[in-house]
Design a protein around this ligand. Structure first.
Ligand SMILES: CC(=O)N[C@H]1[C@@H](OP(=O)(O)OP(=O)(O)OC[C@H]2O[C@@H](n3ccc(=O)[nH]c3=O)[C@H](O)[C@@H]2O)O[C@H](CO)[C@@H](O)[C@@H]1O
Ligand SMILES: C=C(OP(=O)(O)O)C(=O)O
Length: 447
């Protein structure tokens, strides 16, 4: 664990001082939002899967603990007591239980949104998944109705309780299934694919999610012999004719959101830095937006080099509109872009209709730093930069509000105290330490 990682995030705050330009190179962790479905996919293969580049963010650790509770065997290299990790520390072998726990204690599933990804593995092991409602970021109503429709298409029975939900596996074999999603939910798309893997039946999925995180799951299934016919409007999956017996090794892609956050932090401080360990296409939408603002970005297959110089700023408006459409911007990119835009000349527009509570969280906290952001609707807002921010006490109400506040704090005059580190750590093992290695003045204060 890094020296900056708080021991008790609920009683610890970060003290962040206005930063000189950040410089240097930094490598991102594996992506939390790709790791979560990939770990759940590993759980339904019926084989041992080595999952590599597992981030140490707490949501991912909760996911692994839930699998263990279900009886899965997790094998990983020993850690050392001095906090230094062996080079193999981010690899875990996931092996299905020979004796599943048919009554697992899944209360921790209520702390993460992605616990819904475990339903197919539970149906496979016990024929029944009884789960608390998922938790995660508090960013508005986050439904699961499309997940339930997916399971019903497979013939499963869904029961809604006040405190959670229960799915019972269809009694007989499932021949083939077509799922037609009304919108491109990432969670429901993964649910359909993993449920098909458990049923061992062909799947046609219309209007699928098109995120790299979902594509990573499709690619992983491909390594187990599934035939995947991908497409933007329709995906077809066919069960393996022959199951390859080569070892299954899945590497989690670099975290595109952490990369964008670091790039925005470098740019916001007028710095110059290299963010490594990414997939170029995954950060493409953010690179285009940064370039539109006049930030120089050199993009490579696994890295991006960012340089901000006020002399090249365009003053053009940034339009960051989150959407599930194939060409749309991932909603999790929006908060760091908003933090950056506060310091960039121009009138900038933001919209996140996917997460109706996101702007409420962000605007309230940026407001404490003295930002003026005009809400146009509950999910759209406009701001004009550059603005002068002043350090204050702020709260990471959700993961991305926390990371956006870190960026804003680096540009605010004086000192900012950031509380709510448990939220930040749900998504990033050590984002403050990464920023510090680029020159940020961030310390941990425990009460
Ligand atoms: C753990 C994880 O990977 N979380 C990501 C996941 O969240 P999340 O699970 O919310 O994402 P989905 O794409 O599945 O859903 C997007 C939105 O659609 C609505 N919805 C979804 C499913 C459903 O059955 N019914 C329903 O109403 C909810 O309001 C939800 O907030 O994808 C989002 C992008 O889409 C990302 O911002 C989140 O970081
Ligand atoms: C919204 C997010 O996470 P979750 O869906 O796990 O709450 C996020 O990663 O920004």
């Amino acid at each position: 664990m890094s020296s900056l990682s708080p021991t008790n995030p609920s009683t610890t705050a970060l003290s962040v001082r206005r930063s000189r330009p950040l410089t240097g190179a930094i490598r991102v962790d594996g992506s939390k939002n790709a790791a979560l479905p990939l770990i759940a996919a590993a759980a339904v293969t019926g084989r041992t899967v080595r999952v590599e580049r597992i981030p140490r963010s707490t949501d991912v650790q909760v996911m692994l603990a839930l699998l263990q509770e279900m009886g899965y065997v997790l094998t990983k290299p020993v850690s050392s007591s001095d906090g230094l990790q062996p080079p193999e520390a981010d690899k875990v072998d996931v092996t299905a239980p020979s004796h599943p726990n048919h009554a697992p204690d899944l209360r921790a599933a209520a702390t993460i949104r992605a616990s819904y990804y475990l339903v197919p593995a539970l149906l496979q092991a016990s024929g029944r998944a009884s789960m608390p409602w998922p938790g995660g970021c508090s960013i508005g109503d986050r439904g699961m109705d499309q997940h339930f429709k997916v399971y019903e298409q497979f013939g499963d029975k869904v029961r809604i309780r006040e405190d959670g939900y229960e799915i019972r596996r269809a009694a007989g074999p499932v021949e083939k299934v077509t799922v037609d999603l009304p919108f491109r939910s990432r969670g429901a798309s993964v649910a359909a694919v993993l449920r098909a893997a458990v049923a061992d039946c062909p799947l046609t999925l219309r209007n699928p999610n098109t995120s790299p995180e979902f594509s990573a799951v499709l690619a992983a299934l491909g390594t187990t012999g599934w035939e995947v016919c991908p497409g933007t409007d329709l995906i077809r999956l066919t069960p393996p004719v022959a199951r390859p017996d080569t070892p299954l090794i899945w590497e989690i892609p670099g975290d595109k959101i952490e990369a964008a956050t670091l790039a925005c932090a470098v740019a916001a401080t007028g710095g110059r830095g290299r963010v490594e360990g990414i997939v170029e296409a995954d950060v493409g939408p953010v690179v285009a937006l940064l370039r539109g603002l006049g930030i120089l970005v050199e993009s490579q297959a696994d890295a991006m080099h960012v340089q901000a110089d006020p002399r090249t700023f365009t003053g053009r408006p940034l339009r960051a509109v989150a959407s599930l459409d194939p060409a749309g911007l991932d909603a999790d990119f929006e908060p760091p872009l908003m933090a950056l835009a506060l310091g960039m000349p121009g009138a900038h527009l933001f919209s996140d209709a996917i997460n109706p509570g996101r702007h409420g969280n962000l605007l309230a906290q940026f407001g404490r730093l003295g930002a003026t952001i005009e809400p146009l609707t509950p999910t759209e807002c406009r701001l004009t930069g550059p603005q002068r921010l002043t350090g204050a006490t702020v709260e990471a109400t959700d993961i991305r509000t926390g990371s956006a506040l870190l960026i804003a704090a680096l540009t605010a005059h004086g000192t900012t105290m950031l509380r709510g580190l448990n939220q930040l750590r749900r998504g990033h093992a050590d984002l403050p330490a990464k920023l510090r290695s680029l020159g940020a003045d961030i310390t941990e204060v425990s009460r």
